[in-house]
Design a protein around this ligand. Sequence first.
Ligand code: NAG
Ligand code: NAG
Ligand code: NAG
Length: 404
Amino acid sequence: MGLKKCYVFEVFLIGLLLFSIQELEAHNYAAGKPKFFNVVNYGAIPDGMTDNSKAFLKAWNDACEWKGRGRVYVPKGTFKLGEVLFLGPCEGHTAFIIKGILKASTDMSSLYGDSWINFRYVDRLTVGGGGSLDGQGAIAWPRNDCKNNPNCQSLPTTMKLDFITNSKVHNLRSIDSKNSHFTLFGCSKMNITNIRISAPGDSPNTDGIKIGSSDRIDIRNSIIGTGDDCISILSGSKNLYISNVVCGPGHGISIGSLGKYKDEEDVMGITVKNCTFKNTTDGVRIKTWAAPSMGNAYNIYYEDIFMDGVENPIIIDQEYCPVSPCNQQESSRIQISYVTFKNIWGSSKSASAVTLRCSKRKPCKNIVLDNINLMSSPDVGQLFSSCFHVHGFSYGNQSPYSCL
Ligand SMILES: *[C@@H]1O[C@H](CO)[C@@H](O)[C@H](O)[C@H]1NC(C)=O
Ligand SMILES: *[C@@H]1O[C@H](CO)[C@@H](O)[C@H](O)[C@H]1NC(C)=O
Ligand SMILES: *[C@@H]1O[C@H](CO)[C@@H](O)[C@H](O)[C@H]1NC(C)=O
């Protein structure tokens, strides 16, 4: 063998070796035995009273440092837990398996804050296990004065996921959050499935799943009943796919509100399919403030949606003003375009079943109503649709009669 040939062969061998090592590691990650880090072995006590934050954090740190499939394991029982930050990045594929009930604090000192359980900077995280998160919200709701106080102190979100990628959250229950149940920020490629969310219909700001600045989020097969939006889609949300969700009570699946802050990112590529709204104030909604911030919301698709006694089944509101007075001399500069409402049927609890109230400055473009079959709930007069500054088309059945 010549020197050159020998060298080439060597490089080939080294390449093969490196490739095999990589294969082996990938194999270990995917098929290797998971390593369990049971919180009880770190001193957690499931008596519903002891604060277990330290034990949980230690278990997380060990699982996160495990170069394979590290799993924090929370067995059956009621574990009281304070505010915790589960910080990545982790070495392997980390999972957080909750079989029992995690119970938030009701201490006055820990009433306010950003989040109760916060996962941050983790790739390939799994959170699940069939257990519950009890936010103990009833003690906090009377202290929520955000409706009248613009500088109100924030109450904690039950589970906040910041910068989480290639991950899934499934088989979990969230009850009585103090603020939102789940919040996603800066996340991408996540699957959220088989989640049950519940809080009373009149609990303040208890959004079900709130999403901002996130891409490729899939939400399926979930049941959400709460006091605010079932799903709230905020600026920077892109490529969301929401299907088989039952919402109610609550304020529906909402895009927005948009346009309140400067330099908001666009919202685009939102699909909502095969969902049911039961006794909600709104069904499918897009809301923007009549404020000077610019932006766009486009490529939005709603299909196969059943409305069961919904006050505003279909609504675009570009003069959103939850608590008047709002500064409505302005008109919204958020451009809404390419929005399709297809196969939407059921009952409306108000006569105004379809409302497309767009901005005078930025009229809505390419809005499509395709096969709308809404009837009035008992004691509601004849349904109507109303259009302001909208360009679009309607196809198929239109009940109420289309204003487009
Ligand atoms: C999410 O679901 C899709 C399709 O069901 C699947 O291809 C993808 O691998 C899943 N992602 C994660 C992180 O589980
Ligand atoms: C509808 O929701 C309201 C407010 O949450 C509640 O008071 C009412 O009992 C609900 N009605 C039905 C039929 O579920
Ligand atoms: C539509 O969603 C319901 C649950 O809300 C589910 O039972 C049904 O299988 C779904 N249909 C399709 C075609 O996915």
